[in-house]
Design a protein around this ligand. Structure first.
Ligand SMILES: [Fe+2]
Ligand SMILES: [Fe+2]
Length: 215
């Protein structure tokens, strides 16, 4: 059960970020309550809207903080944020097409797992950088040892050749974008988000991305 007392253990010690996390905990708790009492399509729609706004605003805040603090794992962290954003986007896309397809129980479990994993294993790594590099905050240091700071988050994918036709004047743009994507720079994540916002997602892509939370 997610409650305020339980949440205390998940505070990372950055008030702005903790306040955001608390809001997400509350939303997941509300989601659970709705599940118990029979969740309507309207409730689910509201939750998905909340999540969509939440991931946009909270992740942007965290990412700004990481840039300010020159956080060394910025790209890896941003990659994980983008993965969740895409899932939320995909679930909404499926919901808008066929609301019966979304398995609410699985979605609840997914959000709950993601929340715990991400806050404890990924967000917690920010603490020493935000509160002064590896500060004397022994609580944070203990926490980091507990979660294993050495655990790296990397993406390891095969490269594929893509042939596209663009106006000659845009050739350099495409080459630069390809470079950013190839090297997974922080801008690569921004490019992916821009592309998603510009062209949306096909229902097939959405079904695949949201597969874990569908019937
Ligand atoms: Fe977070
Ligand atoms: Fe995060």
């Amino acid at each position: 059960m997610l409650d305020n007392e339980w949440f205390e253990q998940y505070k990372i010690g950055v008030p702005l970020i903790d306040a955001d996390h608390l809001n997400l905990f509350r939303e997941v708790a509300r989601f659970n309550e709705h599940l118990q009492s029979g969740m309507s399509a309207e409730d689910l729609g509201k939750s998905l809207n909340f999540l969509d706004k939440y991931v946009g605003a909270h992740f942007a805040r965290e990412e700004m903080l990481m840039r300010e603090k020159a956080y060394p794992y910025y790209t890896q962290h941003k990659t994980l944020h983008l993965q969740l954003k895409k899932v939320v986007f995909a679930v909404r896309r499926v919901f808008e097409t066929d609301m019966e397809k979304v398995d609410k129980e699985k979605l609840h479990q997914f959000l709950r797992d993601w929340l715990i994993e991400h806050i404890l294993k990924v967000d917690a790594k920010l603490v020493p950088y935000v509160n002064g590099a590896y500060s004397n905050d022994s609580r944070s240091v203990e926490r980091l040892q507990f979660i294993g700071l050495s655990e790296e988050v990397t993406i390891d994918e095969e490269l594929v050749a893509v042939t596209v036709k663009v106006p000659q004047s845009k050739q350099k743009v495409i080459e630069r974008c390809a470079f950013a994507l190839m090297h997974n720079t922080p801008e690569a994540q921004d490019l992916e988000e821009i592309a998603l916002a510009a062209t949306g997602m096909t229902i097939e892509e959405a079904m695949e991305l949201a597969g874990a939370v569908l019937y």
